[in-house]
Design a protein around this ligand. Sequence first.
Ligand SMILES: Nc1ncnc2c1ncn2[C@@H]1O[C@H](COP(=O)(O)OP(=O)(O)OP(=O)(O)O)[C@@H](O)[C@H]1O
Length: 302
Amino acid sequence: MADTTIARPVPGEGLALHGIGVRFGGLVALDDVSLRVPPGQVVGVIGPNGAGKTTLFNVICGFVRPAAGSLTLRGRPLHPRPDRLTRLGIARTLQGVGLFAGLTVAENVMAGATGSARAGFLSALLGLRRSDREERRLRADALELLDELGVAGHADALPATLPYGLRKRVALARALAARPRLLLLDEPAGGLGVEEIAELGELVSGLPRRAGRHRDADEPCSVLLVEHHMDLVMSVCDQIMVLDFGRVVATGTPDQIRADPAVTEAYLGVDDPSDPSGPSGPSGSDGADRSDKDGARSEAAA
Ligand SMILES: Nc1ncnc2c1ncn2[C@@H]1O[C@H](COP(=O)(O)OP(=O)(O)OP(=O)(O)O)[C@@H](O)[C@H]1O
């Protein structure tokens, strides 16, 4: 029977994190975190403020080097570097938008394909030669993606002229232009309205089924979603990992996570899930602020 526990990495399958530990001075940001993101699945990482979600994302992107543990991608050791992600088949969207302000929407998406284009888009920016055919192919691919995400009508606009929700779609199109086998989404719902979040949910759910767009036709794309917005996470994820104070407190399907008392305790800071005093539980919209618990995991306090 297939192993469905995402906290138990399986060699050779998708992205796997094995016993990751990260410290910032005396603060333990991640402690023995293991996770796998199987091909074709949307895996969510949730947790209250300061739980370690962004740190985990940064480890996978190579912005933070773990003090302990290792990463593998399709069974091979992974030593990520932010400037090498595209080559590894990993694309990401950032908190906020992060588009190039001086490039049009279509050009931004073309820039995302740099790693998969024989002659990179940067070469054009640098004034280097590239064939017209290559240029046309990149633009056609970009327009197709923009069409898929419902923003093709804005292809020649500058990002700043678009509403925030549309700019986020362009950022997603740019990430998809790299034809990733693994897509990392860092709080994609941030700053979006209810309707936009519902539309985003449909988009994210469909990402692993984007047959033939990624480099490996035999391996569907997988998605790692770091997100505060619980309704989105619960509706799109196949599996969810819950972090609290840098530790894994629960993993499972959305239904399992909803029913797990450890999750309620992590969000509300109470043992009784029916206690109404907490501001937001796992079915609410945002993580609770646990500033009263700050420092509880520092080495000095341990
Ligand atoms: N560069 C850093 N230097 C020192 N401490 C850091 C650094 N980055 C994160 N931390 C600390 O590590 C812990 C985990 O932070 P992280 O940002 O990963 O949490 P998070 O779950 O993403 O929180 P949020 O939901 O508020 O974004 C926090 O206590 C944070 O203050």
